[in-house]
Ligand binder design. Structure first.
Ligand code: DAH
Length: 366
């Protein structure tokens, strides 16, 4: 019994001093495990005389209970301490302020395209798209620019070396006008679409980049005339520039895909060296600037897109999105649009929450 009492005292001290759950488990195994000293002591009972056993058995059981209780008590203490430590390390300080400068911004071109989609959606236009890798039928021929048409040469086209399966030359679209053809072929008439997107021309200086953005507009319906065109463009530009005093001047022009064709100028005033749109270009201190190309869709184009030009008429326009963004938000070098300079983006970019809406204003964010 002396030996057992020794074991008991050592074990109780070790259990009380166990610093980790692993150390405590080692103590449990040493005492109560199959080969632990308590288990071995219980086994000796079998070899004892009945009298000896009557004395020894309750004593060993008592020690066993005492050790088990001590193990359980220590386990509770260690588990509570482990939980406290975890709670202390896994905290999240919800009072921390938000970062001073949110990272990332919406590029002005994306923002302006969203503004345009918003304005035209309100006028009943859907957004249409077409491929940037286009064939020369959609990009030129169907737009009334036959192979020998001189206007083709003016487009500085990037051609691919190989033709497609049907023998058409492949190219990077030089304008968004092929989407007119694709929309008419796929959807028929009546039709009201805008087609914003990337276009490509082999050209590069302060106002030209090899890739730039255009937005095309097309309305096809019965009885469409030039008055519809003028009203639509005026309404759109007033909404876009958020000024009621936008004045347009329609000048006769030429595009193969429209007849008649008009170039649309807008009146502006020089304010502190910056062009501010508004007012008639003929007013004192004002002038006109060319803004976009448009016209009544040439009946040959309507025909080539599979519609009957005696039933359906249309008007169309195309303009540079980058240029619109420059005019509205005051940038003066187009090349900076595509440099990916984080400082430029931080300055001219828009927050993700600056969603243009007609109710909040399509110029929200400035
Ligand atoms: N596609 C022409 C260009 O890139 C712009 C244009 C002019 C589009 C007149 C039109 C239009 O739809 O009617 O220069």
């Amino acid at each position: 019994m002396n030996e057992l009492d020794q074991h008991r005292q050592t074990a109780l001290a070790a259990i009380a001093g166990a610093a980790t759950l692993d150390a405590l488990e080692a103590e449990r195994v040493a005492a109560l495990g199959k080969k632990g000293w308590v288990s071995l002591a219980l086994k000796t009972l079998g070899q004892m005389s009945p009298d000896e056993r009557q004395q020894a058995a309750p004593a060993i059981q008592a020690i066993r209970t005492e050790v088990s209780d001590a193990l359980a008590a220590r386990k509770d203490v260690l588990e509570a301490a482990a939980l406290d430590a975890r709670l202390a390390s896994e905290n999240l300080d919800l009072t921390l302020p938000a970062p001073a400068a949110p990272r990332g911004s919406v590029h002005p071109v994306s923002q302006v395209m969203d503004e345009l989609a918003e304005i035209f959606a309100d006028l009943g236009f859907a957004v249409a798209t077409g491929p940037e890798i286009e064939d020369d039928w959609h990009n030129f021929t169907a737009l009334n620019m036959a192979e020998t048409h001189p206007a083709r040469a003016m487009h500085d086209t990037f051609y691919f070396p190989d033709k497609d399966e049907s023998g058409r030359s492949m190219l990077l679209r030089t304008h968004t006008s092929p989407v007119q053809i694709r929309s008419m072929v796929e959807q028929g008439a009546p039709l009201r679409i805008i087609a914003p997107g990337r276009v490509y021309r082999s050209d590069s200086d302060a106002t030209h980049t090899p890739m730039f953005h255009q937005i095309e507009g097309l309305v096809v319906d019965r009885g469409i005339h030039l008055g519809h065109l003028k009203w639509t463009l005026e309404t759109f530009l007033k909404a876009f520039f958020e000024r009621e005093d936008i004045v347009l001047r329609l000048r006769p022009s030429y595009f193969p895909f429209t007849e008649p064709s008009v170039e649309v100028d807008v009146g502006f005033e020089l304010v502190g060296g910056r062009r501010v749109l508004g007012g008639s270009g003929d007013a004192p201190g004002h002038d006109w600037m060319e803004l976009l190309g448009s016209g009544m869709v040439n009946r040959r184009v309507i025909e080539m897109a599979g519609l009957d030009p005696d039933v359906w008429q249309g008007f169309a326009w195309g303009l540079g999105v980058d240029r619109l963004a420059m005019l509205k938000y005051g940038m003066d070098d187009l090349r900076a649009f595509f440099d990916g300079d984080a400082r430029w983006l931080a300055h001219y970019g828009f927050g993700a929450f600056d969603q243009p809406t007609l109710s909040a204003g399509v110029g929200a964010g400035i």
